[in-house]
Design a protein around this ligand. Structure first.
Ligand code: TXA
Ligand code: MG
Length: 366
């Protein structure tokens, strides 16, 4: 059982609070720590054996590379080939670091192969979280950290979810309350002078367009498309099963809210055969009554937040998906959001949670 360090209500974090944790990282240990996106499970990125422990704890496939977290630009120079970085890449780092933004860069040999799953590139991020930055700085080494969850499950954003899954597999767990963004960082790769979004997140396409040369940004095809396990893809994480609850899930979206509600209600009716059938709906606060009134005995409603508050929905989605597994439902129906701003990242996670079982309803009134 890892030691829990409670920093939830601590306003000023100092080196003493984190000394045993940073010593542990330097000695090859594994630590769960907060970032502004989701919790990370981290180890010294320069220590192969320590990094192996992360893969074992998560049950993570060896071909899925880790993000390396840094606290300043001198660490960047230690791990990537700085002379190969172009002006677009520089501008992106300046604009979005520290923050929920990961960029794929050419790696130096100092990084062990398991960190990058044998690729010659590495995903790097400078997180915008005091505790994370303090740990990296005090440990004096970059920290390789995927999201804190068993591989395939939603990323850990609430400490109880993380303790249930990983507490006996790590040395320390730092509790600093619920993650503030709730979905993982935006991952990009610059190809020529075009910025490719490999995983959408809080830093949106619109944000990146303002920084990229000639606003040249594209969303990788695989963000919304299924890929097979033996396919070669830009971001290996995209081909693995992820976020999906155990029961069947279906995602429904329309710009027209009443059409979305009607379709969900129809799906619910079609799937309820008797009193014992339970359907779980992950929906918006404003729709709760309309989505539950017809079949109040059968429907369990999980509130994702207000339809107008995408940041709140982003914070809630992973814990909501985890709740589904505790309910033993026949089906889970999820309300979708517009694929705009952070909504693109939310929909990317939800479509994968539903294993591409997605209905988009035309909102034109023909
Ligand atoms: O917000 C985040 O990014 C969180 C926190 C802890 O920082 N971390 C995170 O890590 O989400 P992880 O391992 O769950 O996701 C890393 C993603 C995967 O989809 C992986 O395939 C991609 O980044 N990635 C990492 N290195 C890559 C590389 N060299 N080339 C392409 N994709 C890479
Ligand atoms: Mg992950």
């Amino acid at each position: 059982m890892g030691k829990i360090i409670d920093l939830k209500d601590k306003l000023d974090i100092n080196k003493n609070d984190l000394k045993e944790v940073t010593d542990c990282i330097r000695n090859g240990g594994v630590v769960i720590f907060p970032t502004e996106t989701v919790y990370g499970i981290g180890a010294n990125a320069l220590n192969k054996e320590a990094v192996d422990k992360i893969f074992i704890a998560k049950g993570r496939p060896q071909d899925n590379p880790l993000i390396v977290h840094i606290s300043d630009y001198s660490m960047l120079e230690d791990i990537v080939k700085i002379d190969k970085i172009n002006s677009t890449e520089k501008s992106l780092m300046e604009a979005f670091w520290p923050g929920p933004f990961t960029i794929i860069l050419p790696k130096k040999d100092i990084l062990p192969d398991n960190v990058t799953a044998g690729l010659n590139t590495v995903g790097v991020r400078m997180p915008d979280n005091n505790i994370a930055l303090e740990i990296i700085e005090a440990a004096g080494v970059p920290i390789a950290a995927p999201s804190a969850n068993v591989s395939g499950k939603p990323s850990g954003t609430r400490i109880q979810d993380i303790l249930d899954e990983l507490s006996d597999k790590v040395d320390y767990i730092i509790d600093s309350g619920n993650s503030s963004i709730g979905i993982e960082s935006t991952v990009v790769k610059v190809v020529g002078n075009k910025v490719k979004i490999l995983r959408p997140g809080k830093v949106s396409k619109q944000d990146i367009e303002k920084v990229a040369e000639n606003g040249n940004v594209e969303i990788d095809q695989k963000v919304f498309e299924k890929s097979s396990i033996d396919e070669k893809v830009e971001s290996p994480g995209m081909k693995h099963r992820h976020y999906a609850p155990k029961c069947n899930c279906i995602l429904v979206y329309s710009n027209d809210e009443s059409k979305m509600i009607d379709r969900i209600n129809n799906i619910s009716v079609e799937n309820v055969d008797n009193d014992a059938d339970k359907i779980c709906i992950l929906g918006f606060l404003e729709h709760e009554i309309k989505l539950t009134e017809k079949l109040s005995q059968n429907i369990i409603f999980i509130n994702l937040g207000s339809i107008d508050e995408l940041n709140q929905i982003s914070k809630n989605i992973f814990s909501a998906l985890r709740q589904v597994d505790k309910l033993n439902c026949k089906l889970c129906i999820i309300e979708g959001v517009k694929k705009e701003g952070i909504g693109l990242g939310i929909m990317n996670r939800l479509i994968r949670a539903c294993e591409y079982n997605y209905i988009e309803i035309d909102d034109t009134n023909k």
